[in-house]
Design a protein around this ligand. Sequence first.
Ligand code: PBG
Length: 327
Amino acid sequence: MDKIEFKRHRRLRASASMRSMVRETHLRPEDFIYPLFIVEGDNKKNEVTSMPGVYHISLDKLQQEVQEIVSLGIKSVILFGVPEEKDDCGSGAYHDHGIVQEATRVIKKHQPDLLVVADTCLCEYTDHGHCGLVENGNVQNDPSLELLVKTAVSQAEAGADIIAPSNMMDGFVAHIRKGLDEAGFTDLPIMSYAVKYSSAFYGPFRDAANSAPQFGDRKTYQMDPANRMEALREAESDMEEGADFLIVKPALSYLDIIRDVKNNFNAPIVAYNVSGEYSMVKAASANGWIDEKAIVLEKLTSIKRAGADLIITYFAKDAAKWLKESN
Ligand code: PBG
């Protein structure tokens, strides 16, 4: 009988040492950006019902929280404010003593090396829950830009290290870049939510941030999940306008988009592993249906393999702990 030729791929999988030697993708705690939800008042650390393990934290509890984050080797946090008062123009977003501005000051005082990414949006601060100014039921692009610039500059003045505009108004990177430069923050980078889909995976976040739109939806400003080429147009204009990082959001249903953006643009790519993607894992593991640790590390590895350089994830602390244990 003729010898049948074939390749022996199993040679490189034969032992743990061999597998580790040929492994192509590695997770590090430095890859993770950990989201924090900051609330007003004192002595609060309340779990978000739809996101077990994620908390609303008041300013006085922040020092302890960031101490733990730093001890795990995580280099950055992204801040979301959950204010008690809201109005139609989201003025809490650009108040000098707004919740995110104050949280930034606390963090930079206690952990100056921990990078603070400020999410720059109005939806947590508007009573209608939209990301910009509303007139006759429409979200207004250009008038909203002015408020976003004010928000970014006040975040910069409070000590934020990176500005992350997420509201999906056209031209936000150009306007924020100009506003930051004029205020003297020429060296402050912009991490743009360049490719942000109108996604049902944001559901639990809107509970956490109390930011669900009170009428309509976000489909006139966030992207259609069916579109791929549009992601390149969004990323291209943000790069031209001066973005330093590009975010793709959500992550897991959009791994193809992460790869497209990585292949086409020369900037650090950030994937946002969003709330719905977190809660699904938490629910299944609470039921004993999946192995949480294995699933989470596999998902995060997949996001990096797809092309993300950094991952915004609610699993940051858990993953950093697990990585530490396995070393
Ligand atoms: C908008 C913003 C949202 C998220 C991050 N920034 C909500 C939205 O666009 O509706 C969602 C993040 C998540 O689901 O984890 N400020």
